[in-house]
Write a protein that binds this ligand. Structure first.
Ligand SMILES: C[S@@+](CC[C@H](N)C(=O)[O-])C[C@H]1O[C@@H](n2cnc3c(N)ncnc32)[C@H](O)[C@@H]1O
Length: 225
């Protein structure tokens, strides 16, 4: 265990996998990271992957339980997965470590580096350049919408809403990148500026900002001055 927020703790399920779980729930009823379950057929044509552009070094600033990091690593990106919540990061790291010792998953898992940090600090250190910076901040659920899947509810209960996501976006804008990609629910406004390109999937859209695009030019100029 490593502390809890909103009744969420870290425990182990009966198969020995670390999981996020509500206090008082039976082991096995939480959310563990198990990449064996992820279907990767047609991964390169997924809107997430198409939005993230050319393969290269990708900074996932909001790694959560690593679902998006995994798909991007499977598509060939070299992913630095940043998660600031200690609870969530422990469960993610446990899942990636198990995948590294599974011969069928090792090639993908070895393209993911997990770090527990605030991504704003990583971006402000400005010591790296990234093909893509990816943001998927927690967004308040739409009133009256269907109950979110349990892993999403557990992460939300562990971390709350990411009310500082504009700050994260601005730190990304000031860093070195070829494109920034922001995942948003369809009903949400763009995080800050109108994107240069939008990729849509059934449930979400990906707002893409490209270095040569016009959208962030003013913000970047201000960030540099
Ligand atoms: C919506 S979840 C991400 C889900 C993830 N894309 C996935 O596929 O599982 C958002 C996560 O980003 C993390 N987060 C938000 N802002 C962050 C920041 N500035 N630095 C690091 N992690 C952050 C939150 O703690 C939360 O776990």
């Amino acid at each position: 265990m490593s502390g809890s927020k909103e009744n969420v703790v870290v425990g182990f399920d009966p198969d020995g996998r670390m999981e996020l779980i509500h206090v008082g729930e039976q082991p096995g009823h939480g959310a563990a990271v198990d990449f064996r379950r992820v279907t990767l057929r047609g991964v390169s044509s997924q809107p997430l992957v198409r939005a993230c552009g050319e393969r290269g070094r990708l900074l996932d600033t909001t790694a959560g339980l690593g679902g998006d990091s995994w798909i991007l690593a499977a598509a060939g990106f070299s992913v630095t997965a940043i998660e600031r919540s200690s609870l969530v990061c422990q469960v993610l790291r446990n899942g990636v470590d198990r995948a590294k010792s599974d011969s069928r998953l090792n090639a993908i898992a070895s393209r993911i580096e997990v770090r527990q940090e605030n991504a704003v600090d990583v971006l402000q250190a400005n010591s790296d350049s990234w093909a893509t910076i990816y943001l998927d901040p927690m967004y308040p659920p739409k009133l009256g919408s269907a109950l979110a899947p349990k892993p999403i509810r557990l992460v939300r209960d562990a971390v709350g809403d990411d009310i500082d996501s504009l700050n994260l976006f601005l730190a990304a804008v000031a860093a070195q990148w070829n494109r920034i990609v922001v995942k948003r629910p369809h009903h949400a406004e763009p995080l800050c500026a109108e994107p240069d390109i939008v990729f849509k999937s059934k449930l979400v859209r990906y707002d893409v900002y490209v270095r040569e695009g016009s959208s962030l030019r003013t913000i970047r100029a201000k960030a540099k001055s």
